[in-house]
Design a protein around this ligand. Structure first.
Ligand SMILES: [Zn+2]
Length: 156
């Protein structure tokens, strides 16, 4: 089993990491943000999946509200798909619609996701890269698990 790895694992210790991406929906049905989008990618070097997964977090929680799977094939549409976790928040669909709209209309954001996908595959394929071993460890273990009492999300 290989877990998806967060994009930030492509950076070596001490290297400056780009600031997190925040999303501020402007919809009456959605509690005001900001919502943080964390990018995850498949680290298997020879797997041509061409996908990004965006996990949606709020400050109130260290457990994602939902995730969005995005097709990164430049010849195809991004076709974002929503995955819900157990006990989904009632506004997950509305939030997804808003983010999907943004993705479909923002080619610069999509090409950034494609570049990040390539970076993850490159680090995973290069044992001499300083971030390689941390990334591979994550791919095997799925990363540190949040403490059990924090897995329950705070409700808005
Ligand atoms: Zn893959």
């Amino acid at each position: 089993m290989t877990y998806l790895v967060p994009f930030i694992l492509t950076f070596k210790p001490g290297e400056e990491v780009p600031p997190p991406v925040f999303f501020e929906p402007d919809e009456p049905d959605i509690p005001p943000g900001p919502y943080q989008l964390q990018e995850l990618y498949c680290p298997t070097p020879d797997c041509p999946c061409l996908e990004a997964v965006l996990q949606i977090f709020t400050d109130a929680s260290d457990y994602p509200l939902a995730s969005i799977r995005i097709n990164l094939d430049p010849a195809e549409k991004p076709n974002p798909r929503l995955s819900l976790y157990d006990d989904p928040v009632p506004y997950a669909q509305a939030l997804f619609k808003d983010i999907a709209q943004d993705l479909n209309s923002n080619p610069a954001y999509l090409s950034r996701l494609r570049a990040h996908y390539d970076q993850v595959k490159a680090v995973a394929a290069d044992p001499s890269h300083p971030a390689h071993s941390t990334m591979i460890k994550w791919a095997i273990t799925g990363g540190p698990k949040p403490p059990a009492n924090k897995r329950k999300r705070k409700r808005h």
